[in-house]
Design a protein around this ligand. Structure first.
Ligand SMILES: O=P(O)(O)OC[C@H]1O[C@@H](O)[C@H](O)[C@@H](O)[C@@H]1O
Length: 283
């Protein structure tokens, strides 16, 4: 395949990847492995995605940081290994382009004997990523290309880079139903802003608002379309120690705010399709 005038094929920690550079200077790097976005630098700014310095770049392994794609199962909500197989699979780069004010790539993962051995869905999963100015857009598309229905859960498991997690505030969740995966309790969020000062693993349901991640000198807006659940995750001190691919203090530099579909799985009849998008924008 050709990648006209633009997006460069690179080696990223020993893995084939595409570096997208928009004419305005914003850029992103996406691995073929997992269609994993490992870097996003808005125009003139530092990387806004966290990538663990201890991340493992190896076939069949999930990369810690960036934007893992959880499909066809979110977390351990089913029989598959945590977050499904898409993040550990090799995808195909089908398109990479630079336009007047954007750069974009499209990657595809299609069912195979290997996926059918784990899960019966005859799916075609695509990720479209686009960078432009202050903005990153990531859209997952799923098509049922078989002759039987299937259902799935999914997420864009975004690791946002923060300077100090205890000093950030996440706004926009007030009034939302929340399932706390640690306490197993369900409640309605009453705070206007959420500060992270302990392990957090929550799923907010029916998220409609844009969210705002505020830090001392900067802010990031997070929008989701067609991804009704928002997962907020930070492993904090003890859990971090159990994660071999995250340094002990790595939790201080990250906060996962994930656009997800968890509570009500998507059901696709033959030839039906679904999409979900997360957009990040620096303010
Ligand atoms: O270690 P993994 O499989 O990448 O998962 C990390 C975390 O991902 C989050 O999305 C889940 O809510 C957490 O429960 C989970 O621990």
């Amino acid at each position: 395949m050709t990648t006209p005038n633009l997006a460069e094929r690179i080696d990223f920690h020993g893995m084939p990847a595409t570096r997208l550079r928009a004419p305005d200077g914003s850029e992103a790097i996406v691995l073929d492995h997992g269609a994993h976005v490992v870097s996003w630098k808005p125009r003139g700014g530092p990387d806004r995605l966290y990538l663990s310095p201890d991340a493992v770049f190896k076939e069949g392994t999930a990369v810690r940081g960036g934007v893992p794609i959880c499909f066809p199962q979110f977390a351990s909500n089913g029989p598959l290994p945590s977050h499904g197989f898409a993040r550990k699979s090799k995808w195909e780069l089908v398109d990479a382009r630079v336009g007047e004010d954007y750069a974009m790539a499209n990657l595809r993962l299609r069912y195979s004997d290997a996926t059918l051995a784990q899960w019966q869905g005859k799916f075609v999963l695509e990720l479209a990523i686009s960078v432009s100015g202050d903005r990153l857009d990531m859209e997952m598309d799923v098509l049922n290309d078989g002759d039987e229905s299937f259902s799935f859960t999914a997420a864009l498991h975004t690791y946002l880079a923060v300077k100090e997690v205890e000093e950030c505030m996440l706004e926009g969740l007030r009034g939302q139903e929340c399932s706390d995966s640690l306490t197993k309790k369900r409640f309605r969020e009453s705070g206007t802003s959420f500060m992270i000062d302990q392990e957090v693993d929550r799923i907010y349901h029916g998220t409609k608002n844009a969210l705002l991640l505020r830090e001392q000198h900067r802010a990031l807006a997070i929008y989701s379309e067609n991804l009704p659940d928002t997962v907020v995750w930070n492993p904090w001190v003890e859990r971090s120690k159990q994660l071999q691919d995250l340094p002990d203090n790595g939790f201080r530099r990250m906060l996962c705010v994930e656009g997800a579909v968890v509570e009500t799985p998507i059901v696709l009849a033959p030839q039906e399709s679904w999409w979900g998008r997360q957009t990040l924008m620096t303010l």
